[in-house]
Design a protein. Structure first.
Length: 117
């Protein structure tokens, strides 16, 4: 007697993130207006995500912890509200230290540059 196999129930697919367009990539890489730059407590001014990535690689852990801790996530807020890159803001929130934050931003910048060209 042949055994009947029931098909597995189909799980709802997770919603796909919208694809990154060339114009979005260019927008995310564009320097922000002067009145919207990020002022680090060590005096650095950051105008775009590339500068943020470079700054994260070189800044002191003290400066990083001042702007990125349990109480506040200044870099994420700036990226979300000023730069407009929600994906990067969400990814950056998962960072546990300065080096990981720098790697997240560098990876996103690399993707943005490839997409913008």
């Amino acid at each position: 007697m042949a055994k009947t196999v029931r098909p597995e129930s189909k799980k709802a697919a997770a919603p796909r993130a919208p694809r990154l367009t060339k114009s979005q990539a260019r927008k995310f890489l564009t320097p922000v207006p002067d009145e919207c730059v990020f002022w680090c407590n060590d005096g650095q001014l950051l105008r775009d995500v590339r500068e943020l990535g470079e700054a994260l690689s070189a800044m002191s852990d003290w400066t990083f912890c001042y702007h990125f801790n349990e109480a506040k996530k200044d870099f994420c807020k700036w990226i979300r509200e000023v730069v407009g890159d929600e994906k990067l803001a969400q990814s950056l929130q998962t960072a546990v230290n300065r080096e990981q934050a720098a790697a997240i931003v560098a990876e996103r910048c690399s993707l943005l540059v490839r997409k913008a060209d």
